[in-house]
Design a protein around this ligand. Structure first.
Ligand code: NAP
Length: 247
């Protein structure tokens, strides 16, 4: 018996990066997974890797509510139900706030915040049927503290954290749990080439996707059955404060 046997999960932005690793671990632990992403070739390759009996791909632009409705329907039509929603898709765009454009702001709020609300809203009817559902909203350490030159990202990730708490209050009556996850700097295509300096972070290194996937697995499973409206941090100690430089 896997830790999420019998559960069906929908993960946005799961064709690559952390989302793909979450899909792999959930399938390994017995779940069926629907991979929603814009990246069709990568999504199809992941389905092939996981097996069509375990995974399906749906083209999903998280800024399009109609595509979310379709994605939920694909989960129900293909695997019979929906128990877990991982709102993982996201982008980052960088500039000091004085140089940050309205277009950058609108784009990131649309993907990183509106996209999470749309996913949650579209999934509620199917999640109510589950009887024991879990929504996992991927925020960031930038949802817990200010990060320079990331105005839209920081605002959106704080928004995801707040929305998660509100939704937890409204949906607890259906045993739908809603939590936010706050990764630190993780090695994925998003952070490729950024030259992230972790020397003052307690563990002194970047995280690997699987180190987040283990947390996603816990939140997707019934092992976390009394956790809702909470913040789960996996950041190598980044938000604990600055570690002393290692000589
Ligand atoms: P990633 O490798 O860039 O993966 C994100 C995925 O989301 C990509 O496949 C991307 O596709 C997709 N996506 C972007 N816009 C989309 C849209 N409108 N609709 C559907 N899918 C879309 O990034 P990651 O590092 O795995 O990040 C996953 C999540 O963790 C994000 O929410 C991110 O903010 C968060 N996070 C990451 C880190 C980190 O250090 N990596 C730290 C904290 C939080 P495209 O290539 O087409 O854009």
């Amino acid at each position: 018996m896997g830790r999420v046997s019998g559960k069906v999960a929908l993960i946005s932005g799961a064709a690559r990066g952390m989302g793909a690793e979450h899909a792999r671990l959930l399938v390994q632990e017995g779940a069926k997974v629907v991979i929603g992403d814009l990246l069709e070739a990568e999504g199809a390759a992941l389905v092939e890797e996981l097996g069509a009996e375990n995974a399906a791909f749906v083209r999903l632009d998280v800024t399009d509510y109609g595509q979310w409705e379709t994605a939920v329907q694909v989960a129900v039509d293909t695997f019979g139900r929906l128990d877990v929603l991982v709102n993982n898709a996201g982008i980052a765009n960088f500039a000091l706030i004085e140089d940050y454009t309205l277009e950058q702001w609108r784009q990131i709020i649309d993907i990183n915040l509106n996209g999470v609300f749309y996913g949650l809203k579209a999934a509620i009817p199917a999640l109510k049927e589950s009887g024991a559902a879990s929504v996992i909203n991927i925020s960031s350490t930038a949802g817990l503290k200010g990060v320079p030159a990331l105005p839209g990202y920081t605002a959106a990730k704080f928004g995801v954290r707040g929305l998660s708490k509100e939704a937890a209050l409204d949906l607890g009556r259906y045993n739908i749990r809603v939590n936010s996850v706050h990764p630190g700097n993780i090695r994925t295509p998003m952070t490729d080439g950024l030259g992230v300096d972790q020397s003052r972070v307690a563990l002194g290194r970047m995280g690997e996707s699987l180190e987040l996937s283990n947390l996603i697995l816990f939140l997707a499973s019934d092992e976390s059955s009394f956790s809702t409206g909470a913040e789960f941090v996996a950041d190598g100690g980044e938000t604990a404060g600055l570690a002393a430089p290692v000589e």
